[in-house]
Design a protein around this ligand. Structure first.
Ligand SMILES: C[S@@+](CC[C@H](N)C(=O)[O-])C[C@H]1O[C@@H](n2cnc3c(N)ncnc32)[C@H](O)[C@@H]1O
Length: 259
């Protein structure tokens, strides 16, 4: 899930994509910090919006498409159901749900990402909103989903509670996020790759190689599969389970709101 000049580039295809970059008082900087200040994160994505999907496609080597199909299967959207795609960016992640005939609301707090998305997908009801303070009433959606977004939200637990609040009783949540490879030898190689090999690769293919430092750090700092499942439970979700994709490079977590 790439980015462009001056922004974070983040991979949907683990090894080769990423997003990052933020602003400080001195102007644009190319690397987001792990405290994920909301205005910095939003600015960072505003900055990469125009080239986001193109960079993603190039850098993810097609892996993001495979993962998105798995997300669609997990969400299992049906015609006329209401689906919230949170941190939807340009709504590339929303399209698989829209194709099922569900009513999909792409929501994001980066106006730049929303504007680029709206130009491409005029029929979708793009909505500006912060994951930690959602502009929707209680019990609105049959399903709430977020792809490669939760890791960038400053207050994860508040976002998980907000997602629970706007989901109808009996509804579900699906989270698609980078995670931790489960096979220890592979995990070691992958972590080494993220921290050592990714920056040189990024220098070769990206206009913003520093963004990969944020990508690598934010993935490394992200809770592993059981820890994220526990946080979902604490936020009120029940029957929480997860499925690893690509050996755990990505994990899909699913939970339900009690009926
Ligand atoms: C890596 S992009 C993912 C976009 C899309 N879901 C996809 O899979 O291509 C992360 C998105 O999260 C959004 N985001 C980060 N924090 C957010 C928040 N607190 N509220 C709403 N959107 C947020 C960013 O603006 C950005 O568009």
């Amino acid at each position: 899930m790439g980015g462009g000049r001056g922004g974070e580039e983040e991979a949907a295809a683990a090894p080769l994509s990423g997003r990052g970059g933020t602003y400080c008082n001195n102007g644009p900087v190319t690397r987001a910090s792990l405290n994920k200040q909301p205005h910095e994160v939003a600015s960072m994505f505003d900055d990469v919006a125009e080239r986001y999907d193109l960079t993603n496609d190039v850098l993810s080597l097609g892996q993001d498409r495979v993962w998105r199909k798995e997300v669609a299967t997990a969400v299992d959207a049906r015609p006329a159901q209401k689906v919230l795609d949170l941190a939807a960016g340009t709504a590339t992640s929303s399209l698989p749900f829209a194709r099922t005939g569900a009513y999909v609301v792409p929501c994001d707090f980066s106006l730049g990402m929303l504007q680029v998305g709206k130009r491409k997908h005029t029929w979708l009801p793009f909505t500006a909103g912060d994951a930690t303070k959602l502009p929707f009433k209680d019990d609105t959606f049959d399903a709430v989903t977020i792809s490669f977004g939760l890791r960038n939200v400053q207050d994860t637990d508040t976002a998980l509670r907000e997602m629970h609040r706007v989901t109808k009783p009996g509804g579900r949540v699906v989270i698609c996020e980078f995670s931790h490879p489960t096979w220890a030898p592979f995990r070691t190689v992958y972590t080494e790759y993220l921290m050592r090999a990714l920056p040189p690769v990024a220098r070769a293919v990206s206009s913003n190689p520093d963004a990969y430092v944020y990508l690598a750090e934010s993935i490394r700092a992200w809770p592993d599969q059981p820890a994220l499942a526990e946080r979902l439970q604490k936020a009120g979700w029940s029957r929480v389970a997860w499925r690893n994709l690509s050996g755990g490079i990505v994990a899909l977590h699913r939970g339900f709101k009690a009926s």
